[in-house]
Design a protein around this ligand. Structure first.
Ligand SMILES: [Zn+2]
Length: 378
């Protein structure tokens, strides 16, 4: 399923190919997030034109609205949203533990109230796999217990125990035809817990492994450490996925630590606040200094927004709340992330990743605002 084509000599970066029933995915890969069955403000044609190989859908949200009756009647998620290419579905664990009002954690799942209308719902390994089977995703994620960044040692251990128990249950559930299932490593900032969790999951032989419990508000050094302490225990011949990350510079650093797959709401989320990502960092398109700036968001960018519109015009659109403004910044930001991954793949292939990494990270200046937005992500 996962072909390891090359490992970088200067870091743990890898070039690979993940085979799914709906197509081959070149890794490292960025997966735009379509939480509600749509990548916010972008349509499938635009996504393909900018090089999207796979998108993410969300079990929790889609299960609540429009509900599985509608998606089943439509013939599955791919048909419902008109995206015939690979889709990865999140199991809903993250949302149950972050969005919903939990009533009770039970041996086989969680009883919670919908964040929308307060109705009583239950989601566990069995339910999460059944929903993902019906959605028909190409990659399904196990239902895990994702504790907050502030969890104490006892809570962390409990979350790991439950994650392992639930992973085993997920592993035994029937799948959609050709569906891959990934395990999720938890353990917070505790290196020995992460190691134990990774070892047990690897013994269960999943198709790939995610590093979970990151992007939950922890400081960056802790996030990097969580990845560094997990990665050595994951098999080289399976894909590794860091969930919910990150800024462009963080993606480069995580690739260097051996991660193959990423998803993040940042490119579309900050676009809606009028912020654009460039190779030099984040810029506010809305800011006054762009009032009469007739250059594109980023010189040399090949995206539709940069080839056709100026900062001055986009700033005007954002200021008068024209939909085109936030759509175009979303186009640019998503394109920027996808192009970054393509450049990373090129650099690993040609043996120039070390230089690429050094230059990119030196040039990229993240703003405090962006890092705060990441903490609120998903
Ligand atoms: Zn652009």
């Amino acid at each position: 399923m996962f072909e390891l084509l090359k490992t970088d000599s200067s870091s743990r970066a890898r070039l690979g190919r993940l085979h799914t029933t709906r197509g081959v995915i070149d890794t490292p890969v960025f997966m735009p997030v379509g939480t509600q069955g749509s990548v916010k403000a972008l349509d499938p044609r635009e996504l393909r034109e900018m090089g999207t190989q796979i998108i993410l859908g969300n079990t929790y949200h889609l299960h609540i609205r429009p509900g599985m009756d509608i998606i089943n009647a439509a013939g599955g998620l791919h048909r419902f949203i008109n995206w015939p290419h690979p889709i990865l579905t999140d199991s809903g664990g993250f949302q149950v533990f972050s969005l919903a009002k939990i009533r009770k954690i039970k041996p086989h799942g969680v009883e919670f109230r919908s964040h929308l209308d307060g109705s009583l719902l239950f989601l566990g390994p069995k339910e999460a796999m059944a929903i993902q089977r019906a959605l028909g995703s190409d990659i399904a994620m196990v239902f895990d217990d994702c504790p907050p960044h502030t969890a104490g040692p006892r809570e962390l251990r409990g979350a790991v125990d439950r994650t392992l128990l639930w992973a085993k249950e997920c592993r035994e559930q029937p799948r959609a035809s050709g569906q891959l299932v990934f395990g999720i490593v938890q353990g917070g900032a505790d290196a020995s817990l992460r190691e134990a969790c990774a070892r047990e999951l690897v013994a269960m032989d999943f198709d790939g492994y995610a590093i979970g419990g990151v992007s939950v508000g922890e400081p960056e050094p802790e996030l990097m450490k969580a990845v560094e302490t997990t990665e050595p225990f994951l098999p080289a011949h399976k894909a590794r996925y860091a969930m919910g990350l990150g800024t462009p510079a963080q993606l480069v650093e995580l690739v260097a630590r051996g991660v193959d797959m990423f998803d993040c709401v940042l490119p579309t989320r900050v676009a809606r606040n009028g912020t654009a990502f460039t190779t030099r960092g984040a810029v506010s398109v809305k800011a006054g200094f762009n009032k009469a700036d007739f250059r594109p968001i980023e010189e040399g960018c090949e995206c539709y927004a940069c080839k056709n519109f100026t900062r001055a015009y986009l700033r005007h659109l954002l200021n008068v709340n024209e939909i085109l403004g936030l759509r175009m910044v979303s186009v640019h930001n998503s394109h920027m992330y996808l192009k970054l991954m393509a450049d990373i793949r090129g650099a690993i292939a040609t043996g120039t990743f070390a230089e690429f990494r050094r230059e990119f990270v030196a040039n990229f200046v993240p703003s405090r605002k962006i890092l705060t937005a990441r903490e609120e992500s998903r």
